[in-house]
Design a binder for this molecule. Structure first.
Ligand SMILES: [Zn+2]
Length: 70
């Protein structure tokens, strides 16, 4: 167990520096309308880039909505 390596230095929290999430931080959503995967960065408006639908579901649960067709 390398537990100590995981513990962040507490001094980092005292400097007042906010941890920059970086450009790669995106959250994947699923459009509630067209079921397209939509990658949104923090600060992006919640909106499907394919159809403009505004209801997106976070793709977090493993329970995928699957179509019975095909
Ligand atoms: Zn859509």
């Amino acid at each position: 167990m390398s537990r100590e390596a995981y513990v962040a230095p507490t001094s980092a929290f005292n400097t007042g520096t906010t941890v920059d999430p970086g450009p790669g931080l995106t959250t994947q959503y699923i459009c509630g309308d067209c079921n397209q995967k939509v990658l949104l960065k923090q600060g992006d408006g919640i909106r499907c880039k394919e159809c403009g639908h505004r209801i997106l579901y976070k793709e977090r649960t493993k329970r995928m909505v699957q179509f019975e067709a095909r």
